[in-house]
Design a protein. Structure first.
Length: 345
């Protein structure tokens, strides 16, 4: 705005000095034309080009799952600092942020502190993450997001609303979806799963070469709804390629399952989080028990809680949350992850 004002003042002064004769409206037209020409020559945004010093926001995932690849992040950050433009580095944790205004039909996992980072104004975003939490939808199509996948990522989720497509879609409607990626430390093989409005519409094997690239798909809606696209890169877990695909991991358990007992002194939030993480591993059976007041025991079954005599003495492994007085009887002779609470250890 300041540039346009200066250009208009210069144009008006020049026109009245050079062309004093003639109708006033011709002088005004000449002044406006000259002001537009000055602004066009001096301001690259008006010409449609990119700004000479773009603002780049580098978003660094600081979640616990990224600790194993922190060295990789350091090397990438060193390269990013050499790129032209004004760069701001921002760390996010991926924690959920309550938003009571979110409709019930929208996955609330999209609304993390990563959402707040990408909502900031920038000409481009670079996201360094292993994808264990989703990228949000509040991203301008003029500010592309480049997602850099670390070498040992177990999976990468990119969840976003396509702003170039209608916000609501009809059954059978088609439109493209593009995912940008960057792979380091060797090629990556796996599958690309795409869902549209919560419905899986494409499952295809992919082989990503080391370096940068993008994949474009044409999606056809199977049902009407919101134009919310989720793109997941899932590593190949076929036994034949484990040796040459370091990103894939498999867990082998004996037939009949691996029994894990979670025992907690009090209803700590960690109980639910640990139980959900363990239940996601194939072949593992999880039971969780919480000791309440007056020595009562309850067992968590799904989303319900029921009274029970107490936790079992036998299991393949225990996860213990509490004090030594309560949990000492369960920690001997079996593999245990002990989370100690209190000062009496």
């Amino acid at each position: 705005m300041t540039l346009l004002l200066i250009a208009l003042i210069l144009a008006v002064g020049s026109v009245f000095l050079l062309y004093r004769r003639g109708p006033w409206y011709l002088l005004l037209m000449r002044a406006l034309a000259l002001a537009g020409l000055i602004a066009l020559l001096l301001n690259p945004r008006i010409k449609g080009g990119a700004p000479s010093e773009p603002n780049v926001l580098v978003i660094l995932d600081l979640s616990p799952s990224m600790r194993e690849v922190i060295g990789w992040e350091d090397s990438v950050l060193a390269e990013i600092r050499k790129l032209p433009g004004k760069k701001e580095i921002l760390g996010v944790s991926g924690r959920l942020i309550p938003n009571p205004g979110i409709p019930l039909s929208v996955d609330s996992s999209d609304y993390t502190d990563l959402s707040l980072a990408l909502a900031r104004g920038a000409d481009a975003y670079i996201l360094l993450s292993d994808g264990l939490h989703n990228a949000p939808s509040q991203v301008s199509p003029q500010a592309p997001v480049l997602a850099l996948i670390p070498p040992k990522a177990r999976k990468f989720n990119l969840s976003a609303v396509s702003l170039t497509a209608p916000r609501t879609i009809d059954m059978g409607q088609e439109f493209p979806a593009t995912a940008s990626y960057a792979v380091r430390g060797g090629d990556w093989r796996g599958r690309c799963l795409l869902t549209l409005s919560g419905e899986t519409v494409k499952d295809t094997p992919v082989a990503l070469k080391e370096g940068r690239g993008s994949l474009t798909f044409r999606l056809k809606a199977k049902k009407p709804g919101h134009a919310r696209i989720e793109i997941r890169f899932v590593p190949d877990t076929d036994e034949g390629i484990i040796s040459d695909n370091s990103r894939a991991r498999t867990i082998t358990v004996e037939e009949g399952g691996f029994r894990v007992a979670i025992i907690a002194e009090g209803p700590w939030p960690d109980v639910g989080a640990i139980r959900r993480a363990a239940e996601g591993v194939p072949g593992i059976g999880v039971s969780s028990f919480v000791r309440l007041a007056q020595g009562r025991w309850t067992e968590m079954r799904g989303d319900t809680v029921a009274d029970c005599p107490g936790p079992p003495k036998e299991a393949d492994a225990f996860v213990l949350i509490g004090t030594k007085k309560l949990l000492g009887a369960y920690s001997a002779g079996k593999p245990s992850l002990i989370i100690m609470l209190g000062d009496n250890w």
